[in-house]
Ligand binder design. Sequence first.
Ligand SMILES: *[C@@H]1O[C@H](CO)[C@@H](O)[C@H](O)[C@H]1NC(C)=O
Ligand SMILES: *[C@@H]1O[C@H](CO)[C@@H](O)[C@H](O)[C@H]1NC(C)=O
Length: 815
Amino acid sequence: MALEGFLQPKCIKWRLCCGLRWQVLIFLLYFSHIVSGQIRYSIPEEMKKGSLIGKVAQDLGLDLKRLRAGRARIVTGESIQYTELKTDKGILVVSERIDREQLCGDVTPCSFNFEMILENPMELHRVTVEVLDVNDHAPYFPIQDIQFEISESANVGARFLLESAVDPDVGLNGLQNYILTPNYNFILKQHANPDGSKYAEMVLQKSLDREEHPRLSVKLLAVDGGTPQRSGTVNIEITVLDVNDNAPVFNQSLYRATVLEDAPKGTYITTVNASDADSGSNGQISYYLSKLKGNTVDIFNIDMATGTISVSGQIDYEKDNKYEIRVEAKDQGGLTDSSKVVIEVLDVNDNAPVINVMSFSSLVSEDAPPGTTIAIINVKDADSERNGQMTCSINTNLPFKIQSSLSSYYNLISDIALDRETTPEYNITITATDSGSPPLSSTRTLHLRISDVNDNAPLFHQGSYSTYVTENNSPGMSIFTVSARDSDWNQNARISYLLEDTQISGTPVSTYISINSETGVLHAVRSFDYEQIKQLTVVVKAQDGGSPPLSSNVTVKIMIQDQNDNSPQVLYPVQTSSSLVAEMVPRSADVGYLVTKVVAVDVDSGQNAWLSYKLQKATDRALFEVGLQNGEIRTVRQVTDKDVVKQRLTVVVEDNGQPSRSATVNVNVAVADSFPEVLSEFTDFTHDKDYNDNLTFYLVLALAVVSFLFITCLVVIISVKIYRWRQSRVLYHSNLPVIPYYPPRYADTLGTGTLQHVYNYEVCRTTDSRKSDCKFVRPCSQNVLIMDPSSTGTMRRMQSENNILDETDSPIEVT
Ligand SMILES: *[C@@H]1O[C@H](CO)[C@@H](O)[C@H](O)[C@H]1NC(C)=O
Ligand SMILES: *[C@@H]1O[C@H](CO)[C@@H](O)[C@H](O)[C@H]1NC(C)=O
């Protein structure tokens, strides 16, 4: 029974330690009758091998012999033999390192048991060895480090449970205390579990600021109570989690930038920059342009990520020379900041000046005084400063100048007096140039016409004219053409010709001469008689159609040329119907006796009045002669008694005109010494009538004969002509080769087919216009017919030096 009571605890122990329970039971049953004792030792753990545990032999009262004889040995159910029995010394020593913590863990007190068996007799001694704890373990943390992620917004007082440390030692050698390395933010609070183990909490006593200390590192120290004290540490790594507690901040409150107005899209302007102390998405900033002005957004663009502002639209200095944009920086958490960007637009000379004609009179009278305003011009340039400063000019060599009246207003005024007759129109080109670099300019051309003023009187081509007209002209004949020119325009240059109202020998000039007011052709109103009037002087006035009209006059001298239109008139001897008047010649008259003198006159002048006398018929031709020049009838020989008393002479008086005109005069001469002799003779003179009648008869007969002969001849000639013509037609149809005949002048036509020599006609005027004008042909090498296009319809004949018409001293104008 005692054994059972003994076995009971052992069984409990084994149950705890290993699975060999049933073997020990068998063994114990086998030795159930043996003697036993109990012994207890207490040793610290971790003793060296061979260290003495206890003098077991001594303590059990056994001697060494007994030990040896009894083959004392240690029996233990364990696999590890911690102890060894030294039988020779009777002591128990450590044979294996004894680790209390390994052996018992947390169980205290810690002991192990074994039996010492002796044989002969069988003895069984129970030995209990209590292992005392030694502070051989430092507290340690089972993890490498403690990681915390704590938001910076964590409230003060927030608690964070810390990992507990482990110390296998027990009692005082076990974990006693936690210590946190000093820091600003946390303090340590320790608590005890119901089982007495301790744990610690970290309490936030000051708010975290990630921006200041994004990471904190503190050490937690676990200390035990052993001697020497041991400790273990663990790092507590605290990552402060960001809270979007910082708004972005621009690094400048105002950004200034400039940009050229012609900057193309994408041109860099400036970069704004904001910083956000927060991290991660809370610090990620996006940039925006505030929509201050509606169009600014279209013009500028900001890169959301980089804050680079660039041009995205059309900048026009003339619309906006300065832009003020608000930029906004926003983090992901929605916090914002804003700043201002002032962008000054720099002017570029991109606008040419614009010329506006405010008023312009395109028609200016030529009598406008110098300084007359012709146009008012407004010049604008949308650019500014130098790019908008303009100069205005006109093309040179014009009688105009440009004056600035107000700023950007210019007056175009005439500089000198204008004259339509010299320049009827002007193209005035106005050029406006700005001062930019390069300068831009624009032009505008004004077309100015000068209106006419009647400031020019008609002008005759010559100071005076003289012309000749032959008398006996047909009434209405054109005599001469005057022409004047007026350099004015249209109505002011429309010339009408008038005759000045003068008197010619008491009668108005209009009864002699008329003038075509349009053409200036002078016409004879009547037939002129040289014998009545030898010269006409008319004054022709040319008057233009202006208002008031201007005029000038010219004197036209018309010389009337004589024609042989008057036959000589015999003044003496007076012709009477009866021929009873006779000149007496005494029979004693000597040779050269002046019988009488025929006196004749011719009212014509010059050659036409130059008379010559000839004896045409005489009773006795040998007796008388007539002085050719003076008309004196003289005796040629001595008068004899045989000469008849009654002598009749017919004297022809002829003038020298072309053709000449003549008159005949009969002179009766009585050759007698006494008057009665004469009387008796002269009664016969009445028979002269028969003589005259006979003469008339003979004349008529002769005329008839001549006429007959003439007609006969004409008939013969025509017959011959017709016969020849027929002959030539037969020849032509017979295809016989015909050699064409070219007159020598026409031989030159080969090749060109046109006449190279121009034939023209020339009028030879004789002094007697009643006689048909003779015409003849002269080659053009001597006379040239010139067509002068300037004087329309007028052919002016240029006469060569050897012109036969030397008496016609003025050129003949043919209209
Ligand atoms: C002015 O210009 C017009 C049209 O360009 C042209 O017909 C005319 O001949 C010019 N006049 C002068 C005087 O240059
Ligand atoms: C002709 O004109 C001149 C001036 O040109 C003037 O003196 C003269 O009186 C005028 N003669 C006639 C007849 O009108």
